[in-house]
Design a protein around this ligand. Structure first.
Ligand code: GLY
Ligand code: MN
Ligand code: MN
Length: 436
């Protein structure tokens, strides 16, 4: 709770006096009739409050003498709590979540406009929540209607995410420790999937091993739906059907990460279903691995965001040319971004509470410089679906991605996900060792 309070103080300091911030959490979402998706609070909201319940809105009022942090949340309701479990209520919000004051969420229309009166700016992220996107202008209108009574309505709505996402981009020691834990647990899950793999299983059998390992180690949920793609399915970047048979002679690509205390891991490994790479699979695998190593070597303070990507692209382009998958002069191939045909995504993204975490990638027109405390993924890949024109058949249905989670440190970087095997020898030694 101390860390949440410190974050609120820092944000309020940046907002300045005479302002108000309004942050709703995520709504409960229906999966189908009467069935809800597992609830996950909004990351921005949780980052500042640590409050886990739905139907809540945090309000920050820098400099307000009667209290700077107000939480609107559900009321206690013994009847409903029999069905869905205990609620903090307003008393709990004050006693356990550090709110200076708390009100029932049902009273927000009566109370919040009053809190906005005579403030200059409203910090709110438009587009973040359709319900409040509509209500905030309505409240402003109500306040304007009182102008003859001397009430002054805020003149500006300012996007909150610039300030908040800049804070979230730099991870504290505690956040890094959560992320390390998420990565370690995810690494154990990947090792387990490798050990259990054999031809004839279905992709979801490996998914089951991943999820079981996450939960066994205290992660209730993956950070995103796992991808387990055998053969050509590895070439579908966002494949999540995970329902095909794993065939002898194919590779399988697993992209899976656990969420630990609202922090994500995001790890990909690719390995042969039967434990032995064929020569073409191995050639592509070694190339992606070399690209990933070159990219990770570029992760250090002072380098810019695109440096790792550019390093990966150079290695991949040269390698594809050496293998005969691209033809022509290297400089020309690099200039026309020829490797995009087989590597169509970027080498990484910020990682944190959200798997594709917040934070600007550019400052003005320039790529952002890497600084200690940032965490990013490094995940080059090559994808060669069956039927690729002008590509020899031996390369078809090979899809390889290798993804690690990398913390920028003072003098370089630290690979949080290093506990999953990555070399051909390590992988061949592990796959299938736990088959019943
Ligand atoms: N798992 C999502 C990604 O790798 O970006
Ligand atoms: Mn991933
Ligand atoms: Mn990723």
């Amino acid at each position: 709770m101390k860390e949440f309070a410190a974050r609120r103080r820092r944000l309020m300091h940046m907002m300045g006096r005479g302002t108000i911030a309004i942050l709703p959490t995520a709504p409960v979402r229906l999966r189908n009739r009467d069935v809800e998706y597992p609830y996950r609070p909004d990351s921005d909201f949780y980052y500042l409050t640590g409050f886990p319940e739905p139907e809540a809105v945090a309000v920050l009022l820098p400099g307000r003498s009667q209290g700077e942090y107000i939480l609107f949340c559900r009321e206690r309701d013994p009847g409903l709590e029999v069905w869905t479990g205990p609620r903090a209520g307003q008393e709990g919000a004050r006693a356990h979540y550090g709110a200076d004051d708390a009100f029932p969420i049902g009273d927000i229309d009566d109370i919040l406009p009053g809190l906005m009166e005579n403030r200059e700016k409203v910090f709110y992220t438009m587009g973040s929540c359709p319900e409040y996107d509509q209500r905030i202008p309505e409240w402003l209108q109500q306040i304007r209607a009182k102008s003859r009574a001397g009430v002054h309505a805020p003149g500006e709505i300012v996007a909150l995410d610039h300030l908040l996402h800049e804070m979230r981009l730099f991870k504290s020691r505690r956040e890094i420790s959560h992320m390390r834990r998420a990565a370690r647990i995810s690494a154990a899950a990947h090792r387990r999937a490798m050990q259990c793999c054999r031809p004839g299983l279905y992709e979801y059998h490996l998914e089951a091993e991943l999820l079981a390992t996450f939960m066994r180690h205290g992660c209730r949920s993956p950070a995103y739906p796992p991808i387990v793609g055998g053969g050509g399915n590895a070439c579908v970047l966002h494949y999540t059907a995970n329902d095909a048979e794993l065939r002898d002679g194919d590779l399988v690509l697993i992209d899976a990460g656990a969420e630990y205390r609202h922090y994500a891991a995001d790890i990909t490994r690719t390995f042969p279903v039967n434990g032995r790479f064929t020569a073409p699979q191995r050639a592509i695998y070694e190339l992606v691995l070399a690209a990933q190593e070159a990219a990770i070597a570029r992760v250090r303070p002072g380098n810019h965001w695109l440096d790792p990507h550019q390093a990966a692209v150079r290695v991949l382009t040269r390698g594809l040319r050496d293998l005969g998958l691209l033809r022509g002069d290297l400089r020309h191939l690099l200039k026309k971004e020829a490797c995009k045909r087989f590597f169509m995504h970027r080498t990484g993204h910020w990682l944190g509470m959200d798997v594709h975490d917040v934070g600007d990638y550019k400052v003005g027109d320039a790529w952002r410089l890497l600084e200690p405390g940032m965490v990013l993924t490094v995940e080059p890949g090559l994808y060669i679906p069956a039927g690729s024109r002008g590509v020899a058949k031996k390369w078809w249905n090979i899809g390889v991605r290798i993804e690690d989670d990398v913390l920028v440190t003072r003098d370089g970087c630290d690979i949080l996900s290093k506990d999953v095997p990555k070399t051909v020898a390590e992988i061949e030694a592990l796959v299938g060792t736990a088959c019943e």
